[in-house]
Write a protein that binds this ligand. Structure first.
Ligand code: NAD
Length: 501
């Protein structure tokens, strides 16, 4: 990876605005070709991508293909094929709320590119989190500055080399570097910023965007809880939760962070986690080539320090190999207030917290949020607030599903498995509150980079129908234009029945 010279950055910004102004990125054919070039770039260089990500993260090639590279080839192709539909002008002439006389005014909505976009990506899923935004920006018809994470420098170097070979260099530029470079990037005016990363940096990005009134998509993280119904099959729950946890060594925004279990099921759940771990790693996880390492020593030491400071009981794992930056999948049973419940773990620790029953589990999760529910205020942990990106619930009890849906808030609510929402490309993905805002994947990413430009074509021969709007205002004009709504019959309603038919 070569850091982009600081004085190049304003020039990159200016050139991307200039290219946009030529409308070169508008034709659907241009966009479709660029999208398919992304697919070609990934396919023709798949081994180099897997090797670079292995060099950065020690991520097994299988995980790179399954959770990053193949998805992006697939989504680039789908985007190219579906683009004409997404970009089509929507005719609202037959909209049920349109008064009959406005039909002739030709109300239309055109998804229109916002301009020069900035995508800022993190290190933990370097490929998917840089390419997904790139696909959305190009599909939308924007020009793009892609700021890659400096943490995964092998991956960044590869993309820095490949993007100019595959994509239109007038329209897509890569910027590499750390805080000085990104600070310079953020001084420039962009027409949309799509940021994935942590909430602290998100505030810096949002403040910089505010100076230019730039709209934002913020894809953030947080502590994603798991609730385990004691009636659920413990063996299945343990295997599925552990699989979500070990993926990328827990360095995932949707990683199950902590599990709420009832005292009656703790032992069985923990035993089954051990059983699952033994079956995933028969020769131990520390030497397994099916297990990722911690990205760098800073993150290794962060997890090590958490394990040193917890007052909880280690029920599984805890071993580490500092030289290799590897930490075993680890399960710790804690009490409220433990350091492991403070902030997003982003590592291979699954924290267990016992709750009296399922109602108490909902109350615990909701107590972290600003919801007006009758919680035990004493359980409120002031260091944590707001809504998680994902809430996982293992239950086949429909009433419990409904209760959890009603009593909690989260970006995604997933029943009986972990992580699989990332594979369902028709679901909008994103957070709420502290876990971010905006939605992505396919058409939803396209929507981030476009705005709905509305058009009307008022016929020239309707003056006789609209003349009452012109001054001088008269009592007659008021009677015709304003009085009817003031006298309209408002439908009956009640808090219990809503709109009474
Ligand atoms: P990171 O350190 O790679 O940072 C992300 C980006 O922010 C990088 O491009 C980096 O250059 C930039 N950056 C860093 N410091 C900056 C500063 N001071 N000013 C401006 N920009 C700066 O990645 P990270 O933030 O450690 O990523 C992990 C976090 O991202 C976790 O919280 C995780 O939950 C979240 N995440 C969310 C999603 C999602 O889709 N919701 C996906 C992956 C990760």
């Amino acid at each position: 990876m070569i850091d982009t010279p600081l004085d190049e950055i304003p020039k990159i910004n200016a050139s991307l605005h200039a290219t946009f102004a030529t409308r070169k990125t508008f034709p659907l054919a241009w966009r479709q070709h660029q999208l398919l070039q992304i697919a070609r770039m990934l396919q023709e260089n798949h081994k180099a991508f897997a090797d670079a990500i292995y060099a950065d993260l020690g991520k097994p090639a299988f995980e790179v293909y399954m959770t990053e590279l193949n998805l992006m080839i697939d989504r680039a192709i789908i985007s190219a094929k579906r683009l004409p539909e997404w970009a089509a002008v929507k005719n609202l002439e037959n909209h049920p709320d349109l008064p009959a006389h406005q039909k002739a005014w030709k109300p239309r909505v055109a998804p229109t590119p916002k301009g020069a976009a900035l995508v800022i990506s993190p290190w933990n899923y370097p490929l998917i989190l840089s390419i997904q935004g790139t696909i959305g920006a190009i599909a939308a018809g924007c020009t793009l500055c892609l700021k890659l994470s400096e943490v995964t420098f092998n991956y960044a170097g590869l993309l820095q080399d490949l993007i100019p070979k595959y994509l239109d260099q007038d329209a897509v530029k890569v910027v590499c570097g750390s805080v000085p470079e990104i600070t310079k990037v953020l001084e420039q005016k962009w027409d949309h910023i799509f940021y994935t990363g942590n909430g602290t940096v998100a505030r810096i990005i949002a403040a910089a965007a505010a100076k230019h009134l730039t709209p934002l998509t913020l894809e953030l993280g947080g502590k994603s809880p798991v609730i385990i119904d004691p009636e659920f099959d413990m063996e299945l729950a343990a295997r599925r939760v552990l699989w979500g946890k070990i993926n990328n060594c827990g360095q995932v925004c949707v990683s199950p962070d902590y599990a709420l279990v009832t005292p009656s099921s703790t032992a069985a759940f923990a035993e089954n986690l051990k059983k699952a771990c033994a079956s995933f790693y028969p020769n131990g996880s520390l030497k397994s080539d099916s297990y990722t390492r911690m990205i760098n020593m800073q993150h290794f030491n962060r997890i090590k320090s958490l394990l040193e400071r917890t007052q909880g009981k280690v029920l599984m794992g805890g071993g580490m190999d500092e030289k290799e930056r590897r930490i075993e999948p680890t399960v710790v049973l804690v009490k409220p207030g433990d350091v492991l419940l403070e902030s997003e773990t982003f590592g291979p620790i699954l924290t267990l917290l016992e709750v009296e029953d399922m109602r108490a589990a909902c109350e615990y999760i909701s107590a972290q949020f600003v919801l007006c529910l009758p919680f035990r205020q004493s359980d409120l942990d002031p260091s944590r607030s707001d809504h998680p990106l994902v809430l996982y619930l293992f239950t086949q009890n429909e009433q419990l599903q409904q209760d959890v849906r009603k009593l909690t808030m989260s970006g995604n609510l997933i029943f009986n498995d972990t992580f699989m929402q990332m594979d369902v490309k028709v679901l909008p993905f994103g957070g709420v509150g502290e876990s971010g805002y905006g939605r992505q994947v396919l058409e939803n990413t396209f929507n981030c980079f476009t705005y709905e430009r509305t058009t009307l074509e008022i016929p020239v021969d309707v003056e006789d129908k609209i003349h009452l709007r012109y001054p001088p205002y008269t009592a007659h004009a008021f009677e015709v234009e304003c009085a009817p709504t003031l006298n309209v019959q408002i439908p009956e309603s009640s808090p219990e029945g809503g709109l009474v038919a």
